[in-house]
Design a protein around this ligand. Structure first.
Ligand code: PLP
Length: 482
């Protein structure tokens, strides 16, 4: 085992390495270029019998592991939604790892529980969510949405599914066709059944159609189902569409349904006052999730889950074997009763560091910069007749495709854009991901990296356009030769 002196030496070296990594991050291919099994085959099948030095392990990290990593913190990363971080968050994670505390209950680390309560309140104040909400940090939006469905299920069954298991309820859950797959996953895990997830159509902006929702709920009731919960989205994964909370909330109120809001990515935008109109109707929302680990510069994992009725949440998850009873039982926040796992990392610390080190104005500045860079790129794409924008741009995501010259066959246009995406990512110069909107293969540019600047966005555009034009020229040559 290494002692504190060696730890100190390696610690300094690792911090040096991390700083250099960030200084040189743009030199790595953004998307790892390794082939399947390339890493696996370089690793021994069994663990070592004798101890190995940190030097040896670190050398393998650099030579074997690093080439197989995609550089999510690169300012040339424009794929998916980000899992962004920042230096204050990394520093706090070092302290969390050093403390190695298991923060399941107030007593097992009072500061962790109380800091969590404070930072959740701070997030409420930053985002304009209702002061009456209670917040807890979960590992992911998927878990938060599962917690919402389980709480809704328990409240509606008077906590009898927890007691007796499923017996006669025929629950129904509603979301739009654009909702994230984590809703379907949660419906499966919660025992409600995938067939009881009703997907409601969307309008031209990819937002849920409240009239269709109302009709579906009424029909289901007539047919003996028990409508349970609506999951509305603020910022869908494909195109960051926003569901209208006000009419959806009124429908939920009328039919006594739980309303959960999945704002996993775009919830952070509420820190900008001009986005607050998205939560008009929040008074009818029962639970709300957004991920500081997506667009709030806080290391994965950190998902902020808020509920209106804390007791429904705690009643759903509370369990008390003798070995977990403490003298402060019921008086303090024992967060193991606010979600699925018993054991909990000290996640509030990194969020506390981030919120303090950036401050409200610092957070607003970066989010606004991302949005303004996006608007700038959107104008460039719009101004080029070879491209088509495929969804409204609400935040910092542009959904678009290239239109090959003299080509109107949708299948061929899709195939072209698929090939374009592959070539862009194989260049290693930037990383984009895709979706499908109204059956159109869609490229997504997401501008949300902590340290992204205008130069990165302009370089990305140049690379995209150069590859697209070259690919189209090749295609035209091929067509004319055949
Ligand atoms: N909801 C939305 C809208 C998402 O885009 C995502 C992931 O990108 C999720 C939920 C799932 O997030 P997590 O990875 O935190 O479970």
């Amino acid at each position: 085992m290494i002692d504190t002196n060696e730890f100190r030496q390696y610690g300094h070296r690792f911090v040096e390495w991390i700083a250099e990594y960030y200084e040189n991050i743009e030199k790595f291919p953004v998307k790892s270029q390794v082939k399947p099994r390339e890493i696996y085959e370089q690793l021994p099948a069994s663990p070592p019998d004798k101890r190995e030095s940190i030097d040896t392990i670190f050398e393998d990290f650099v030579n074997i592991v690093l080439p197989g990593m995609t550089h999510w913190q690169s300012p040339d990363f424009f794929a998916y939604f980000p899992a962004n971080t920042s230096f204050p968050s990394i520093l706090a994670e070092m302290l969390t790892a050093a403390l190695g505390a298991q923060c399941m209950k107030w007593e097992t680390s009072p500061a962790a529980a109380e800091l969590e309560e404070v930072v959740m309140k701070w997030l409420i104040r930053l985002t304009g969510l209702p002061e009456s909400f209670s917040g807890v940090i979960q590992d992911s939006a998927s878990t938060s949405t599962l917690c919402a469905l389980l709480s809704a299920r328990e409240r509606a069954s008077n906590y009898q599914v927890n007691n007796k298991g499923f017996y006669h309820e025929k629950f129904r859950i509603y979301c739009s066709t654009e909702a994230h797959s984590s809703v379907e996953k949660a419906v499966k895990i919660a025992g409600i059944g995938k067939e009881n997830l009703v997907k409601i159509g969307v309008d031209e902006n990819f937002s849920i159609l409240p009239d269709q929702l109302e009709r579906s709920i009424s029909e289901d009731k007539k047919n003996g189902f028990q409508p349970l919960c609506v999951v509305a989205a603020i910022g869908t994964t494909s195109s960051t569409a926003v569901d209208p909370l006000l009419p959806v909330g009124l429908i939920c109120k009328k039919h006594k349904l739980w309303l959960h809001v999945d704002a996993a990515f775009a919830g952070s935008a509420l820190i900008l006052p001009e986005y607050r109109k998205m939560i008009e109707g929040i008074e009818n929302v029962d639970s709300f999730v957004f991920n500081p680990h997506k667009w709030l510069f806080t290391n994965f994992d950190c998902s902020a889950y808020f509920v209106k009725d804390k007791d429904a949440l705690v009643r759903t998850f509370h369990i008390m074997p003798e070995y977990l009873i403490t003298t402060t039982q019921g008086e303090k926040n024992d967060y193991c009763d606010w979600g699925i796992p018993l054991g909990r990392r000290f996640r509030a610390l990194k969020l506390w560091f981030v919120l303090r080190n950036f401050g409200r104005s610092g957070l607003q500045e970066i989010l606004a910069r991302h949005i303004s860079l996006t608007k700038k790129l959107k104008r460039i794409i719009e101004g080029n007749k070879n491209y088509e924008i495929l969804a409204p741009v609400f935040f910092n995501l542009i959904c678009f495709r290239y239109l090959p010259e003299n080509e109107d066959n949708e299948k061929n246009i899709n195939a072209f854009n698929e090939q374009l995406l592959e070539e862009i990512n194989a260049s290693g110069k930037l990383y984009l991901s895709h979706t499908r909107l109204r059956d159109k293969f869609t490229l997504r540019v997401m501008i949300a990296q902590t340290y992204v600047k205008e130069t990165h966005v302009m370089k990305a555009w140049e690379v995209i356009n150069n590859i697209a034009v070259a690919l189209d020229a090749k295609r035209k040559d091929f067509v004319s030769e055949h």
